[in-house]
Every structure is written in structure tokens, then in C-alpha cells.
Ligand binder design. Structure first.
Ligand code: ZN
Length: 210
């Protein structure tokens, strides 16, 4: 007998009323989204396994917020730490302009220099566990925010080194902490490439960069 077991994530969204959106800069209607994972048999969801994520999302700009923390989308603070983590790994953390450029291209926001330097110190002395923070974020962020996290990790890597297998692996691990598949990470990276790496300049130059 051939039985096909699996799991599937389903999102349920309902109106959550109006909130001030920090990205739109005005009051907007929001949705409360709950993503649940179901056990499936022949592709039919049978049993809820667990709640994957629970967040508020702006209906206008699609940014997701942790409930009770509306000052900025949930991924922003974590992206700053992801960029610090990658930059510390390659010793490029003191190239603030490049890291600020990546942060701006991905999030549309200025990178706070004092905050970034504090994150660099935290990563260096082990007080900041980036994978743990990314894992926690996954419960309060939608696909839009996850895409930004992967874009930032990839671009910080791209700017800092000639990409080898281990460098891509590090980005994959961030995606894995975020609960995304390798295919999803690949698709985000391919998208960033198709957009000319958002014009981010590499800190290293090589012959193929022309
Ligand atoms: Zn908005």
C-alpha cells in the first residue's frame, strides 16, 4: 500500500483594525495572520501540528509586525544583527558605508551607526546569538520580511567575499533558522542577482567584476 504523508503550512488572515504603520508613515488597516502547520495524508490537511507564526501585517505595504511592537517591522532589528554577524565573520564590519548601503537597499531604512556598532560588539563577544534571534523572528514575520533577511545576509556576504561553497552555506543556514526551504533561499538569491545585486558594490574587486 502506498500512503503519502506530509505537512503543509496554511495561513489564516482576519481583519485586525487600524494601526499606525511605521513604513507607510500613516494609519492603515491591518490583518492578523496565523500560520499553522498541518499533518497531511494524500495532500489533505488532517491534523494541526503546530502554530508556525502569528503576526500583524499592514494591508498596504505587506510589512509584518510583532503584536505589541508597532514601532518597526519585526525583521528590521534582526536584519541589522544579521548584517553585523556576516560582516564580523569576514572582518568587513568597519566598512560601515557598505553595510549601511545594503541595509538601505533591503529595508529602505537608514542603518543606525551606534546600534550597528553595538551589534558588532555583541556578535564578537558572543552576547548576540544570531541564529537564535532569527529563529525567534520566524514566529513573527511573513514571507516579505523573511525575504529581506535572506537578501541582507546574501548581500553582506556578496560584498565581503568571493562566494564559495561555505559562504553560500552560511546564507542557507540563516534561511534554515528562519524556517525557509533551500529552494526559497535559492529563489531569493536568484532574484537579487537578477536585480543587479541592487547596485551594491563589492569590497573586493576581481577580474570578473570588470
Ligand atoms: Zn504599511
Amino acid at each position: 500500500m502506498f500512503i503519502l504523508f506530509g505537512s503543509q503550512v496554511r495561513g489564516h488572515s482576519e481583519p485586525a483594525g487600524e494601526y499606525d504603520c511605521a513604513v507607510c508613515g500613516r494609519r492603515q488597516t491591518f490583518s492578523h495572520v496565523v500560520e499553522r502547520e498541518f499533518f497531511t495524508l494524500f495532500g489533505i490537511p488532517l491534523l494541526q501540528i503546530n502554530t508556525i507564526a502569528d503576526y500583524l501585517a499592514c494591508d498596504a505595504c505587506s510589512n509584518s509586525y510583532s503584536r505589541g511592537a508597532m514601532e518597526e517591522p519585526s525583521q528590521i532589528a534582526v536584519i541589522r544583527k544579521v548584517v553585523a554577524y556576516i560582516a564580523v565573520g569576514y572582518g568587513t564590519w568597519d566598512r560601515f558605508d557598505t553595510m549601511a548601503d545594503i541595509f538601505m537597499k533591503v529595508t529602505g531604512r537608514e542603518l543606525d551607526e551606534a546600534g550597528f556598532r553595538a551589534d558588532v560588539r555583541g556578535v564578537t563577544n558572543g552576547e548576540i546569538d544570531v541564529h537564535k534571534l532569527v529563529g525567534k523572528l520566524s514566529a513573527n514575520v511573513n514571507a516579505h520580511g523573511k525575504q529581506q533577511v535572506i537578501e541582507a545576509a546574501f548581500l553582506a556576504t556578496y560584498a565581503s567575499c568571493e562566494l564559495e561553497y561555505e559562504d553560500r552555506l552560511r546564507v542557507n543556514l540563516i534561511g534554515s533558522s528562519l524556517g525557509t526551504s533551500l529552494e526559497y533561499v535559492d529563489s531569493v538569491i536568484n532574484y537579487v542577482r537578477s536585480q543587479g545585486y541592487y547596485g551594491v558594490r563589492r569590497l573586493l574587486t576581481s577580474p570578473q567584476d570588470g
